[in-house]
Design a protein around this ligand. Structure first.
Ligand code: AMP
Length: 559
């Protein structure tokens, strides 16, 4: 087997690192679809997925996804064809994901909220061949997919999930391959898998980006499933675990900390959408034992809607923003529930509180790496010099689950990685010692983005889009605090020579006309005569962030 030739667009792991990760067992030679099949062979009658729409055992999930893979093949889709996903957390999303993997296709982890600005760019970058969209959302993704196909010469296939009435003519994932003999479908999958090299791409994730448009993150078969398995082991999950998840399952955190992690140990995935009342009710019904809470739900778990879950939860993991003492106390309660923290990124590495870590460290740090070959360095942001233990610097990491380069982005890769392959995360961190044991404390970030309830908004990307309006001469987008979502975008704007300050409606209409996903739109506009600068002439975002906070306080929105 040799890996697919991406014409130099994929950065391989160095041969010595790859060999070491294989020897340590952190990498595997098996294709990812085979790993699901292995779990299904071990736990055929256990429940693999529970959603509001229905459930599947491992045997059912395995057989249906074999059939879907065979149907993809029958439609002319070929291994290494990228497939754009615009779906939410549905049963059919799980079917589509594994169906793609078993056919050797590469899911591209875009979101249902993305529009032409994002999808056009990413579909072009990866040369996507198929598009899977959800029906029944407030936006017509089927119509949108047809527009995308008109612009993308490689795009040839459209599939839907949740087209409950069968109103649109694209094929439904739910129906795909149901007429194929399961034995023939299995043979098809095995033939595909025999040709998958461990270094082949299994999924394309997206980065929030540190400059410009989102970058594409290639995850490979050798490492991706094992990343989930390492997480499941770190938390002591077994086939008895019931793993709740209500943030996008297609995101890397969804795949690595829920979908693959649960299925790597025979656990049940309990999948819901972010609307917390319905999600918590489903999870309470099936007695969820494991739950990852992103900071977009920090408020919701403090409400009484969450009370019924407290009885059955064994491990609660909080992630995305600093954890207050109140939140930690609420989650920990008086039972034998364990509460910890997770820090991670689609580029790969994540850290989690060790199970035996004292509460003092679980409440104030994000623990440590989950893989023994993971390496962490805290560097001076402007050089490759390490800072002393305890001092704040840029978190940099290298390891079996961390990419060595973004896909087709040589210029960006030149600065996003150190000369010896450590990924510069753009996050600020310090090492805090618990005796001899290191823990990571997150201390802010240097990358210029807004973390809106877990969705990253790249400030520069939005600034460039805003300035495409002739009435906007300059723009600076900064994060402003928000109680529910953690952060939202605030745009400081300078009008053109006419001095006319555009209304929020006109700015929104402008971004809409450019096909920009709504979650990136600024939620507050402030017009200035000019943007403040630092003494080296850069826009002074620190002072703008302080101004945004002062304004929210003056408005009584923030205490
Ligand atoms: P993503 O690739 O979308 O998962 O985003 C990764 C980024 O989210 C990290 O680089 C951090 O900036 C942020 N992040 C993830 N976990 C945490 C956490 N526990 N605390 C603060 N920021 C976090």
């Amino acid at each position: 087997m040799t890996a697919f030739d991406w014409g130099g667009r994929l950065v391989p792991y160095p041969a010595d690192s790859a060999a070491a990760y294989r020897t340590s067992g952190e990498w595997s030679d098996l294709p990812t679809g085979r790993r699901l099949h292995e779990s299904a062979s071990r736990y055929p009658d256990r429940t693999a997925v529970i959603t509001a729409e229905g459930s599947l055992t491992y045997r059912e999930l395995d057989e249906r996804t074999d059939q879907i893979a065979a149907a993809f093949g029958g439609r002319g889709l070929r291994p290494n064809d990228p497939v754009i996903f615009q779906v939410t957390n549905r049963l059919a999303t799980v079917l589509a994901w594994y169906g793609c993997l078993k056919a050797g296709l590469i899911p591209v982890a875009t979101l249902a909220q993305h529009r032409m600005h994002e999808i056009g760019h990413i579909a072009g970058k990866v040369r996507a061949v198929a598009h899977i969209v959800e029906v029944g959302l407030s936006f017509d993704l089927v119509g949108f997919a047809r527009e995308v196909a008109e612009q993308q010469p490689t795009m040839a296939h459209l599939f839907t999930v949740r087209d409950l009435d069968g109103v649109s003519d694209p094929e439904r994932i739910e129906d795909l391959g149901t007429d194929i003999d399961p034995v023939l479908a299995r043979t098809f999958v095995e033939e595909v898998e025999a040709r998958i090299d461990p270094a082949d791409v299994v999924a394309f994730q997206l980065s929030g980006g540190t400059t410009g448009v989102p970058k594409v993150i290639p995850r490979i078969h050798a490492e991706y499933w094992n990343n989930g398995l390492a997480y499941a082991k770190a938390l002591g999950w077994t086939e008895e675990s019931r793993v709740g998840h209500l943030i996008p399952i297609i995101h890397n955190a969804g795949v690595s900390c829920a979908l693959h992690a649960a299925h790597s140990v025979g656990a049940a995935l309990v999948l819901a959408n972010p609307e917390h009342v319905a999600a918590f009710a489903l999870m309470a019904d099936v007695a969820v034992t494991e739950l990852l809470i992103g900071h977009g739900h920090y408020r919701a778990v403090q409400s009484k809607d969450f009370d019924p879950l407290l009885a059955t939860l064994r491990h609660v993991v909080l992630s995305g923003a600093k954890v207050s003492a109140d939140l930690f106390a609420r989650m920990e309660g008086h039972g034998d529930r364990w509460v910890g923290q997770l820090f991670g990124m689609s580029e790969g590495m994540f850290t989690v509180s060790p199970l035996n870590s004292p509460a003092e460290f679980r409440s104030s740090t994000v623990g440590w790496c989950i893989a023994s070959s993971d390496e962490i360095r805290i560097l001076d942001p402007s050089s490759e010099d390490q800072v002393a233990v305890g001092e704040v610097g840029e978190l940099c990491c290298r390891g079996p689950y961390t990419i060595r380069g973004y896909f087709d982005a040589p210029d960006h890769n030149a600065t996003a990685f150190t000369s010896d392959g450590f990924y510069r995360t753009g996050d600020l961190a310090a090492i805090r010692l618990d005796g001899a044991r290191p823990n990571l404390s997150i201390e802010g970030r240097i990358k210029d983005l807004i973390n809106r309830g877990g969705e990253k908004v790249n400030a520069e990307e939005v600034e460039v889009l805003l300035m495409r309006h002739s009435g906007i001469a300059a723009a600076a987008v900064v994060a402003m605090p928000d109680e529910r979502l953690g952060e939202k975008a605030c745009a400081f704007l300078v009008a053109d020579d006419t001095g006319v300050e555009l209304s929020m409606e006109r700015v929104q209409a402008h971004l809409d006309s450019l096909g920009v996903a709504k979650y990136k739109w600024p939620e507050k506009l402030v017009w200035l005569a000019e943007l403040p600068t630092t003494n080296v002439g850069k826009i002074n975002k620190k002072s703008l962030r302080a101004d945004a906070v002062a304004m929210l306080q003056a408005e009584g929105v923030l205490s």
